[in-house]
Structure formats: structure tokens, C-alpha cells
Design a protein around this ligand. Structure first.
Ligand SMILES: Nc1ncnc2c1ncn2[C@@H]1O[C@H](COP(=O)(O)OP(=O)(O)OP(=O)(O)O)[C@@H](O)[C@H]1O
Ligand SMILES: Nc1ncnc2c1ncn2[C@@H]1O[C@H](COP(=O)(O)OP(=O)(O)OP(=O)(O)O)[C@@H](O)[C@H]1O
Length: 577
């Protein structure tokens, strides 16, 4: 159904092809996963299926790509629209209408589908994706995950024979991600739809894949095989596979269920050992609620234009190093008709890392927004290093807090990576080269002269993270900081954030990435419908929740292990003892 014949893509101005030797076929009715490190060319391959690469992106495509027998060289993207539905990494840039319902209908209208059929499919899709309550809402007012659901719904309604999805679950809460993948699997099984999707969080998708196409490194031809074959050699793999490698299991498990079946001996050995308590990792148990702080407004969303470059290096101005950096009490926020937060308490203390979790639309970004003064409370109080964020001048606020927003693009203004980094150093009063070193530390292979617009999703996030980390704000806020990041980049981000926490910064991150929360957070706060429904040490909160438990916890329950790294450390210590 999809066929790549010796395809290479070279973007304009690039010395080398971004991908080459791409030669594989996706048969009708299969779900194929495209995996590989950040920036390796997954979006480029996906874009070539619907003809967006090179028709919209520019560059040169050599070889041949055909979809349902149509050559993408001779068929423009709109001449493929009846066969291929594509969801890109940035849904906002693809929306063409204003409301949820209109967006779901739009693709069908342009294909001339009968109104009665359209009506039925819109209703079905609203239910399928949990969007019924939002049907009249303007898309611009939806949370990130709600927008991602609309984007997925809008390509499902025309019932295309081929679906191409770029990180379709990156903004979805764990339950929503499972539901969307179950819907895709049903389309594959019941309607024979062909699905090609790229995803970094392999733990979410590997069990649904018939086959995997792995792009191992930039410019290296892809490997094609069953999930088990590819996971045996892949540089990117989910925690259960990593656990299987550590324990020497063969064949490697792909699911929690497989791993549980094999975990008997490991469980016995681990029963003697004690996992390090996450709450002991330097967290001062914040009495009361978790907190966050305001980010430098100039580097936050919505972007202030022209952007004052005012970030300054953090000079702690609190005489008591243990005093909370941010305190939120009884916070209520209204956003349009929505009561986005109610009675929220949160404390962020120096050295503490708090993960905000909860369903799409629960209010996580709103809470971060109040800490940077972008969102005004309706009731209650928010203090960041003593200041009331929405009443504090940006130049004062930015010395207290920095935010990496959910859409890193909102933070980037310059024409090149080098210029962006130089501006970040100047804003932060940091030594020249600081930001650039952080970019390289997170993801190597990002070149100085690239326009931030042309970076891959993960590369752009790495740049935005580096820009904010350069300022080293006392309170660091991160909204979904792992979209587009491969496991290695995530591990490097974890190391950098731990170091900052150890130096006394307070960190609050909103995330759906349960593995990240397990690895990094001292404390997890779960929001539901605008209210705090759980707040405690990570191990306690995630172990108690099937939705938020990481894979290792599920495999080894009731033992309270969270990550493969913990187990590796414990086994090493045991062997040395
Ligand atoms: N329009 C473009 N012009 C120039 N270079 C581009 C363009 N789009 C992508 N690139 C470059 O091609 C490389 C691959 O990008 P691509 O987005 O395909 O990677 P990816 O594997 O999808 O990454 P991620 O996992 O971070 O989403 C990157 O180095 C990126 O900078
Ligand atoms: N500008 C706005 N106008 C009206 N409603 C809004 C606006 N921004 C957000 N909302 C609504 O407020 C609620 C909370 O949104 P928020 O973005 O804080 O959720 P979230 O927990 O960050 O979600 P996600 O996990 O999907 O990013 C949602 O119901 C959303 O639709």
C-alpha cells in the first residue's frame, strides 16, 4: 500500500541527504511503527508518504514513493488526500477551521462526502476520542492534548485507506493514548486501514505494531523487522526491553505481561534489596502543596514581541535557602467558560522536583501559566519568591522563574540556532557558549546555521530547553519536556535537571510521560478536573495508580521499583557487596 524504492531526501542547502537507502513496503492492513533517535529523519519519511516532502518542504527526493499505486512525484498532496490522512507533529499549524466540530467535518467536506454520512461520522468520532463535551469549543482554547485528539479525529472522519501519524500520542495522557491506539488497531483490523506511525514512547505503541521500521542513525538505511527482531538491535527501546536486556531474558519481552511472566527469578533476587526511596533523593518533603514559579515572560508563551532580552543569571535573593520558591494557596482560575483550577495548593522548594500529572485538560498548563503570570487567578494566591506573578514586571519575574512552554516554537525567534544561543547567553548574562553547550549536551548533531523552524521536533525542544536552562532560574517550569526526545536525550535532560535541583533550583514539570516522572520527580501531584486529587512522594503516588505507574513498577509489583536504573544500581551494589 505504501512503497519506498531506494528513496533519499536532501533538504536545500544540506551537504548530505537526511535519509537515504529507504526501501520498504507497508502492506495493506498493517500497522507499522517507525522508530529511531531524535532528528534521524522519521518525520521526513512520513512526510514523503503524503507528498508533503518535498512538495511543501522543499529539497530533493530521489527514488520513488507510491501510495495505493500513485506516485507522489506526479501526484500533489491534495491529489493524495482521498487516500492518505496525515497528522503532523504540530496540529495547530494544520487546523483550518475554528471549532472542534467544523474541523472534524472539514476533510469530508473537501472530499464531497454526503451530509448525512458526515454528520454520523462526526458524532462517532466525537465519542471515540472523548471530544463530545468540547464540540462547540474554539480550537484555540483547547489544551495541548485536546488539540491533538482533534487533529487525529479530523483525519479519521474521511476514512482514508492510509493513515500517517507523527508522534500521535505525544501530548496525550496515558489513558487517552491507549484509547487512540486501540482505535487505530480497530481500524487496521476491521477496515484494513494501513497505518504508519512514528513514536518515541515505544512503551506505548510497540505491542500494537505488526512490524517496525528502524532508522538507526542519520543517513543509515532503515532496518525492517518484527518488533522483537528490531528491539533486539535497536538503540531506542522501552523500559521492559531494557529490563529484559539487564536480566538476560531471551526472547526479550515487549510488553509488561511478557516481562511479568519472566520476572520470577529477578523478583526473588530483588526482594532482598531495597530500592532507593525517591522521596529521599534530595527532596525536602514540601509540607502542604507543590508549587511552581514564573518563567521569564519574554521567553514564554504567548511570546512578547518585540522580545525584551532580559534574562539574568540567577542570584539567589532569599536569605533562607530552604524557604519555598513558590507557594500556591487556594488557587482558582477561570478560562472562558471553563473552571480550569479550583482550590489548588502547591509548594515548590529548593532542590525539589515536582511532576504535575493528570488527564488532558486537567489544568496543568494553566497552573504553570499562573506561576509565570500569564494567567490571572480568580481566587487564592500565587507567590513566586515573594512576588505575585501577574502583577510583577517581566524583568523582575524573569529573575525568579523560567518556563519551557508546551510548544517550544513560542520561545524561539532568531534565524539560526547560533543566533538563538548567543541571544540566550546575552539575556542570561551567561558566559558565551553556555547555551550552545547545553544544546549539544542534550542532542548532538544540531548544527549552528539551521533555522529553528527546520529543526526536528526533538531538536527544537532541546534548543528551547537550553535557552531556558541557560538562565538558570530559581524556579524552572517545563510543560511536556520530552516531546520528540529519544531515550538517550531524555536521560541527559534528567541528568541536567537533577544537577540543577542539587544546586538548589526548584523544578515543576507537567508531563504525561510516566517514565520521566518515575525517573526524575521527587513528588507527584495529580490534577483532575482542575483539582488536586493526589499529592505525595513519587513512589507512593505512581505505584497506587494503574495509569501513572511506569513499566518497571507494573512488572515487579508489589515491590516498589520504578526504573531500570534503580534495579541496575541495586544489582551492581549487591554483586560488589
Ligand atoms: N524543511 C527542512 N529544511 C531543512 N532541514 C530540515 C527540514 N526538515 C527537517 N530537516 C532536518 O532533517 C533532519 C531530520 O528531521 P526530522 O524532523 O525528519 O527528524 P525526526 O526523526 O522526525 O526527529 P524527531 O524525533 O525529533 O521528531 C533534522 O536534522 C532536521 O534539522
Ligand atoms: N484560553 C482558553 N480559553 C478557554 N478555555 C481554556 C483556555 N485555555 C485552556 N482552556 C481550558 O482549560 C482547561 C485546562 O487546560 P490546560 O491547558 O491547563 O490543561 P492541561 O492539563 O495542561 O492539558 P494537556 O495535558 O492536554 O496539555 C481545559 O478544559 C481547556 O480546554
Amino acid at each position: 500500500m505504501i512503497r519506498f524504492e531506494d528513496v533519499s531526501v536532501t533538504y536545500d542547502g544540506a551537504a548530505e541527504p537526511t535519509v537515504q537507502g529507504v526501501d520498504f513496503e507497508v502492506p495493506e492492513g498493517e500497522l507499522v511503527l517507525l522508530a529511531g533517535p531524535s532528528g534521524v529523519g522519521k518525520s521526513t519519511v512520513l512526510g514523503a508518504v503524503g507528498g508533503l516532502v518535498p512538495h511543501f518542504t522543499g529539497g530533493t527526493l530521489r527514488g520513488r514513493v507510491t501510495v495505493a499505486g500513485r506516485d507522489t512525484r506526479t501526484h500533489k498532496p491534495r491529489e493524495l488526500a482521498d487516500v492518505v490522512g496525515t497528522v503532523g507533529q504540530d496540529p495547530l499549524s494544520h487546523f483550518v477551521t475554528d471549532t472542534v466540530e467544523d474541523e472534524l467535518a472539514y476533510g469530508m467536506e473537501s472530499l464531497g462526502i454526503a451530509p448525512a454520512v458526515m454528520r454520523r461520522r462526526v458524532e462517532e468520532t466525537l465519542d471515540l476520542l472523548g471530544l463530545a463535551d468540547l464540540r462547540d469549543h474554539p480550537i484555540a482554547t483547547l489544551s495541548g492534548g485536546q488539540q491533538q485528539r482533534v487533529a487525529i479525529g479530523s483525519v479519521l472522519t474521511p476514512h482514508p485507506r492510509v493513515l500517517v501519524l507523527d508522534e500521535p500520542t505525544s501530548a496525550l495522557d496515558p489513558a487517552a493514548a491507549e484509547e487512540v491506539l486501540a482505535v487505530l488497531q480497530r481500524l487496521v483490523h476491521d477496515l484494513g486501514t494501513t497505518v504508519l506511525l512514528a513514536e518515541h514512547r515505544l512503551e506505548r505503541v510497540i505491542q500494537y505494531a505488526d512490524r517496525v521500521v528502524l532508522l538507526p542513525s542519520p543517513g543509515t538505511p532503515p532496518l525492517l523487522g518484527t518488533p522483537a527482531e528490531i528491539m533486539a538491535v535497536s538503540p531506542v527501546c522501552p523500559p521492559v526491553v531494557e529490563l529484559g536486556r539487564l536480566a538476560g531474558w531471551s526472547p526479550l519481552p515487549l510488553t509488561v505481561r511478557d516481562a511479568r511472566r519472566r520476572a520470577g527469578a529477578l523478583r526473588e533476587r530483588l526482594a532482598e534489596l531495597v530500592p532507593p526511596a525517591t522521596s529521599a533523593r534530595g527532596l525536602r518533603p514540601a509540607s502542604g502543596a507543590p508549587a511552581a514559579g514564573p518563567p521569564p515572560r519574554p521567553r514564554s508563551f504567548p511570546p512578547a514581541r518585540p522580545r525584551p532580552r532580559l534574562l539574568r543569571r540567577h542570584t539567589p535573593d532569599s536569605p533562607d535557602p530552604a524557604a519555598p520558591v513558590a507557594v500556591v494557596e487556594g488557587l482558582a482560575v477561570r478560562r472562558g467558560p471553563v473552571e480550569a483550577l479550583r482550590r489548588v495548593d502547591l509548594t515548590a522548594s529548593p532542590g525539589g522536583i515536582v511532576a504535575l500529572m493528570g488527564r488532558n485538560g486537567a489544568g496543568k498548563s494553566t497552573l504553570l501559566g499562573t506561576l509565570v503570570g500569564l494567567v490571572e487567578p480568580a481566587a487564592g494566591s500565587v507567590r513566586v519568591k515573594g512576588a505575585v506573578p501577574h502583577r510583577t514586571a517581566p524583568q523582575d519575574l524573569i529573575r525568579r522563574v523560567g518556563l519551557v512552554p508546551q510548544e517550544p516554537r513560542d520561545l524561539l525567534y532568531a534565524d539560526t540556532v547560533a543566533a538563538e544561543c548567543a541571544a540566550a547567553d546575552a539575556d542570561a548574562g551567561a558566559e558565551a557558549g553556555t547555551c550552545r553547550a547545553l544544546v549539544s549536551a542534550l542532542l548532538p548533531a544540531i548544527t549552528d546555521d539551521t533555522h529553528p523552524r527546520d529543526l526536528s521536533e526533538g531538536q527544537r525542544l532541546a534548543l528551547a530547553l537550553a535557552v531556558v536552562l541557560t538562565a538558570r532560574p530559581p524556579l524552572l517550569l517545563l510543560d511536556e519536556p520530552t516531546r520528540g526526545l529519544d531515550y538517550a536525550a531524555k536521560a541527559r535532560l534528567v541528568a541536567i535537571l537533577r544537577e540543577l535541583a542539587a544546586e538548589g533550583h526548584a523544578i515543576v514539570l507537567a508531563t504525561h510521560d510516566v517514565e520521566l516522572a518515575a525517573e526524575l520527580a521527587h513528588r507527584v501531584v495529580v490534577l483532575a478536573d482542575g483539582e488536586v486529587v493526589a499529592d505525595g512522594p513519587t513512589a507512593e503516588v505512581v505505584v497506587a495508580s494503574p495509569s501513572f505507574a511506569p513499566q518497571v513498577t507494573k512488572v515487579l509489583a508489589p515491590q516498589p521499583w520504578l526504573t531500570v536504573a534503580q534495579i541496575r544500581d541495586a544489582l551492581t551494589r549487591d554483586t560488589l557487596a
